[in-house]
Design a protein around this ligand. Structure first.
Ligand SMILES: NC(=O)c1ccc[n+]([C@@H]2O[C@H](COP(=O)([O-])OP(=O)(O)OC[C@H]3O[C@@H](n4cnc5c(N)ncnc54)[C@H](O)[C@@H]3O)[C@@H](O)[C@H]2O)c1
Length: 248
């Protein structure tokens, strides 16, 4: 690894699993101190223990990204512990699949929107001032291919991820207009084989369909990292998935 983020401080939401876990590990390997946040109090500390065992600096903070009060506490804790915040990876998300949009309850629609969209809004609202105090940085919002085009049975998910995409563009314009030195990107993975797919399913039939979908369409696994130098134009966290055909 090349120390691309040496001395930086990163906050990764949803860092206990899948893409967030891989992002946290990669940022740590590249030299950042990483605050891993998640609602999963079992796996989050395990991820941090693994990062520390490898000789890097990390902390786990319990966080539900939909709680504004907790965002205030988390940002305060990160600044207190590490003295600054340079990188926000707003990654926590869920997916709710329904056979038809008429089957979707308002409760599920709101839950998914609260985590995928409100959570990203709150992350930026509370991390941007800290990053401005640092004097610059990078915000990465985890959207999806489903934020660029529609996906069958995932209308609500698409709505949240499309929202994240345009939210990122608007925040990028704000940061550029004030010249605060903060870069803003949304990331749009295709199908990555992570635990999120198991959480989509409610019936055995859905589980079989999902398994077939992943086998046919998965673009990669989260932990097979590409050397960042081979993708120089992308932010470091874009390099966490690797086309399966090239995987070793
Ligand atoms: N896996 C894919 O194919 C894929 C493709 C495109 C985009 N994404 C996006 O990537 C992100 C990560 O997905 P993943 O595949 O790694 O899923 P994952 O289920 O493996 O990880 C998601 C993490 O988010 C956490 N989380 C859920 N609700 C939370 C909340 N309210 N507050 C804090 N943390 C919460 C979970 O506990 C989990 O650790 C998501 O935003 C997802 O929509 C995934």
């Amino acid at each position: 690894m090349t120390g691309q983020v040496q001395g930086k401080v990163a906050l990764v939401t949803g860092g206990a699993s899948g893409i967030g876990e891989a992002v946290a590990q990669l940022l740590a390997r590249e030299g950042a101190s990483v605050a891993v946040t998640d609602i999963d109090d079992l796996k989050g500390p395990e991820v941090v223990a693994g990062i520390k065992k490898a000789g890097h600096d990390a902390v786990f903070l319990h966080q539900d990204v939909t709680s504004e009060a907790r965002w205030v506490e988390v940002v305060t804790e990160v600044e207190k512990r590490f003295g600054r915040l340079d990188i926000l990876v707003s990654n926590a998300g869920i997916g709710i699949s329904v056979p038809s949009i008429v089957d979707m309850s308002l409760e599920d629609w709101r839950r998914q929107t609260a985590i995928n969209l409100d959570g990203v809004f709150l992350s930026v609202k509370h991390c941007l001032p800290a990053m401005r105090r640092t004097g610059g940085g990078s915000i990465i919002m985890m959207s999806s291919l489903a934020g660029l085009r529609g996906a069958l049975n995932l209308a609500g998910y698409c709505a949240t991820k499309g929202g994240v995409r345009l939210f990122a563009k608007a925040i990028a314009m704000e940061c550029a207009s004030v010249g605060d030195g903060i870069r803003v990107n949304s990331v749009h993975p295709g199908i990555i084989d992570t635990p999120i797919w198991a959480k989509f399913q409610r019936t055995r039939r859905e589980a079989e369909q999902t398994h077939r979908l992943i086998r046919k369409n998965a673009r990669g696994w989260p932990r097979r990292s590409v050397a960042p130098a081979s993708l120089p134009k992308l932010p470091a966290v874009c390099c966490i998935w690797r086309p399966m055909r090239q995987a070793t």
